[in-house]
Design a protein around this ligand. Sequence first.
Ligand code: NAD
Length: 256
Amino acid sequence: MDLTGSSAIVTGGASGIGAAAARRLAALGCTVVVADLQAEKGEALAAEIGGVFAQVDVTNTEQITAAVNAAAEIAPLRAVVNSAGVGFAQRTIGRDGQVESAHDLDWFKRVVNINLVGTFDVVRQAASVMSRNEPDADGCRGAIVNLASVAAFDGQIGQASYSASKGGVVGMTLPVARDLAASGIRLNTVAPGLIDTPIYGEGEDAEAFKSKLGESVLFPRRLGTGDELASMVVECLTNSYMNGETVRLDGGIRMP
Ligand code: NAD
């Protein structure tokens, strides 16, 4: 699918995988709406790539509507990347006993609300606008990529909320792709492994934590890059024969 002259929305576009995807989409000729909570980083990236920043909290349905409408006013909205997400707090990894603690219900709801419900809300609102696009030669009116995680398949202690939210993103992939097929919209999911982005925090502790994580990858012994993930995101968006797929991109971390 040729995205030249289209608009695109990248939620979570101010940072990490989303920012890398936004840069690649701009290079393909899209005007990108960088939709994020973080205004300073989002505005800087939008200026760099000739896009637009939209202050969006994906748990706020009106803000999603505003971003989708803004994109469609610029040009036909043909590409959406749902990269907005919160991870697990570093302090929780590997620490058991958290399932019993009362405050974790709030954290669980918050993570599921952002990662899963927010993603679904963007999908449904974007699809509604995309379905009015003129179809291309393949009958395609638009394409959507959601970011899940390998934690959807093999989460660790301390990751219950995150794994549940990402499992939901994987779980919705086939039914939603089937539903949107009638409108000529493709939907795929990318499930990253351990990727070097600000999601792990910043500073010495975060660097030490990431370096330890990198060692857990059998080969190559490193974290992935945002750009490696963005490359797969763009493949899912532009390859017209790809639909309803969940692609793991994880450096083979599942290999023992
Ligand atoms: P990141 O922290 O660099 O970027 C996430 C962005 O989402 C941030 O800019 C943040 O401001 C934004 N965001 C958070 N909550 C939001 C909300 N409610 N509304 C709008 N924006 C919000 O992280 P990343 O590593 O680039 O993660 C991108 C996606 O990939 C996430 O969904 C994450 O769960 C997933 N993922 C990342 C990794 C990894 O190792 N980095 C692994 C698996 C999956």
